[in-house]
Ligand binder design. Sequence first.
Ligand SMILES: *Cc1c(COP(=O)(O)O)cnc(C)c1O
Length: 373
Amino acid sequence: MIPLFEQYPLLREKLAYVPLGEFPTPVQKLEQLGAELGVSQLYIKRDDLSGKVYGGNKPRKLEFILGNALRSKAKEVMTFGGAGSNHALATAIYARQVGLKSISMLMPQPNARYVRRNLLMSHYCGAELHLCGAGLESVRNMPLVYAATTYQLLRHRLKKGHLPHFISPGGSSPLGVIGFVNAAFELRRQVTSGEIPEPEYIYVACGTMGTAAGLTLGLRAANLGGRVVSVGVCSKKIVNTSAMIKLISKTNCLLHSLDASFPKFEFSETDIDIRHDYFDKRYALFTDEGMEAVSLMRECEGIKLDGTYTGKALAALKHDAKSGSLRGKAVLLWNTLNSKDFSDAISDLDYHDLPRCFHRYFEEEVQPLDRDY
Ligand SMILES: *Cc1c(COP(=O)(O)O)cnc(C)c1O
């Protein structure tokens, strides 16, 4: 049984849950990297291995989100993300696995090789792909996304007679966030069994904030003391303290309303630690520090990180280690990136089979830092 349900059996009756991933994910000591950074107790949570076909942080959220979609008798789901969205891909993969069709409303983003891979894989999984909006940082973006979404919803309604089930961007609805409340209880089991010392700091990449919000709430509920360091990968319009507190509170209220024995906690600004210095101008734009961190991890530990998310999280950790603030502390890097290789599935695919608007990601150059490292 999943750790959250073991602690709160009533939640098991109330929450729709569909097992998708492979849990618990391992925790592992990073000896080489720890020595390099002067952090003698440095660990990684291998959520990259969270799924058979596709890992990363999204399967944990989708177990509750797709569980709910199935319970509400949905036939299709619709979600949102960047053109290379890991969330949209995870949704396409796991929706199909449970018999649902998926529709992805994707927004322009800086080009990278993973954008191509994710688009091809989403297509391979039968997802219906639309490109809309003007990019996350543009003020014109949301009106354009709303307009395109409304159009697709009307079309869908006319064709099928019903509407698709909505999934929040990044899966960061309160239901999705519960996946990371559960993850904190999973971590507590690993602490209790002595696999890892109780971490004082947990570094995690932060986009739609569901992962960091769930961990923050989950650590409190599981009586673990660590502080979540959320490394922002989007502008402050999206990643900010008050929005994070709101998401935590909503999730907390949902859990408390389903099972009154799940306590209600207070969270204030001092409980939230968001770093904005590792984000540069645009979502999904790689940075020098981020890519240096990616290289360092590969050289020291042979573990793959990425330029959009996890490299930035490690860059923040690296910076804090250099300043000496992590000396003697138990530190955990929560790996949110998928590491399962799906290149075989897409090796024979032709990008011309994708809707025309996506061809530019295959015809234009990738961003310079994706080539240099
Ligand atoms: C989606 C994603 C994140 C961000 O998680 P949020 O819950 O949206 O903050 C971090 N890392 C990777 C690799 C992701 O795909």
